[in-house]
Design a protein around this ligand. Structure first.
Ligand code: HEC
Ligand code: HEC
Ligand code: HEC
Ligand code: HEC
Ligand code: HEC
Length: 191
């Protein structure tokens, strides 16, 4: 029984994901056209001088300013584990393909994405932030304490390429902990 039911559930789940993704785009496009329900009216630049961008060059020129800025996609749509885990997670190729089966055909960077989807190879995103391995940083504790992503990562939704906006030094962690009355006990951050 369960052997037959499982693939069906998977198909339904996949369809729901595509539906939700397309609905997001539809809403964003509609909001743009009517200029309603938009908090801001941020429009990502069409041409960017890639040579002048901060942060590491990525294997695909994925742009937060288009997705999270102009189309106002929720960070959690892609960084799905940020409320429940130390590590926020990165989106799988399938998450991107929910839209890019259709959207952006003809764009050479989207073509790279579609190629990855066909080959089944994961995309090797280059790490932007990296704490030393002897430091523990639980994302969920911070996000659930209602510290915004931007307080630590800067205005990612306006970045064409992500770069490290804060120092991530011990003094940076400690000054916020002191400011908010959070523990500065060495052992909470160090293994
Ligand atoms: C459509 C999917 C998607 C959405 C929505 C999205 N991101 Fe991302 N994010 C990615 C991908 C893919 C990467 C890896 C490539 C890169 O760094 O650009 C990434 C990388 C990052 C990184 C750097 C990770 C590292 O290696 O250190 C940060 C920080 C980040 N995103 C924050 C955000 C924030 C904040 C938002 C909401 C304002 C957001 N993202 C919305 C897909 C997304
Ligand atoms: C909710 C739908 C949606 C999802 C999910 C999505 N995108 Fe997009 N993407 C878009 C839209 C809309 C555009 C803008 C297309 C346009 O302007 O013609 C776009 C544009 C792009 C472009 C072209 C950028 C440029 O320079 O014009 C690339 C590359 C891209 N997306 C990669 C990705 C990757 C990689 C992921 C997964 C991490 C992803 N997208 C997830 C909707 C989505
Ligand atoms: C209190 C500061 C803080 C807040 C708030 C915060 N981050 Fe981070 N983020 C960090 C630090 C520090 C790292 C590096 C973690 C490491 O190397 O272990 C990081 C790393 C990341 C990464 C890369 C993870 C990886 O696996 O490579 C992503 C993606 C990310 N953050 C997304 C987000 C999003 C989305 C939000 C908001 C929902 C958010 N962050 C909120 C400080 C923060
Ligand atoms: C902008 C403010 C801010 C910054 C920056 C920040 N934190 Fe925090 N951190 C908090 C808050 C607020 C809490 C308490 C959350 C709660 O009460 O659950 C917390 C909790 C924690 C905890 C859990 C403590 C416990 O009681 O178990 C750890 C571990 C931690 N932070 C590590 C770090 C590290 C490592 C950095 C730097 C890389 C950092 N934090 C940077 C605000 C911050
Ligand atoms: C809120 C989190 C946090 C707390 C609390 C904390 N640290 Fe750190 N510590 C960090 C981070 C993040 C780094 C790595 C970045 C850096 O080197 O500044 C670090 C790095 C270090 C280093 C390595 C420095 C180097 O140059 O390589 C030492 C040693 C250290 N911490 C000792 C301590 C001691 C002792 C305490 C208690 C008095 C303490 N830490 C409390 C976050 C914390």
């Amino acid at each position: 029984m369960t052997r037959n039911v499982q693939p069906v559930i998977k198909v339904i789940a996949a369809l729901a994901l595509v539906g939700a993704a397309l609905y997001t785009v539809f809403q964003a496009v509609q909001a743009q056209q009517t200029n309603q329900n938009t908090v801001g009216t941020f429009v990502a630049p069409v041409d960017v001088d890639t040579a002048s961008l901060a942060g590491p060059v990525q294997p695909i020129f994925y742009r937060h300013d288009i997705h999270a800025g102009q189309y106002q996609m929720d960070c959690r749509y892609c960084h799905y584990a940020v409320e429940i885990s130390s590590s926020p997670g990165l989106p799988s190729v399938d998450t991107c393909m929910g839209c890019h089966l259709i959207v952006g055909a003809g764009n050479p960077e989207v073509a790279k994405l579609q190629q990855a989807a066909q080959s089944g190879e994961p995309i090797e995103w280059v790490e932007v932030h990296k704490l030393p391995s002897f430091v523990r940083f639980p994302h969920m504790r911070h996000v659930n304490a209602e510290i915004t992503c931007q307080e630590c990562h800067g205005a990612v939704e306006e970045m064409a390429q992500v770069y490290q906006a804060s120092s991530l030094k011990m003094g940076w962690c400690l000054s916020c902990h002191l400011d908010k009355g959070v523990t500065t006990d060495c052992t909470v951050c160090h293994y």
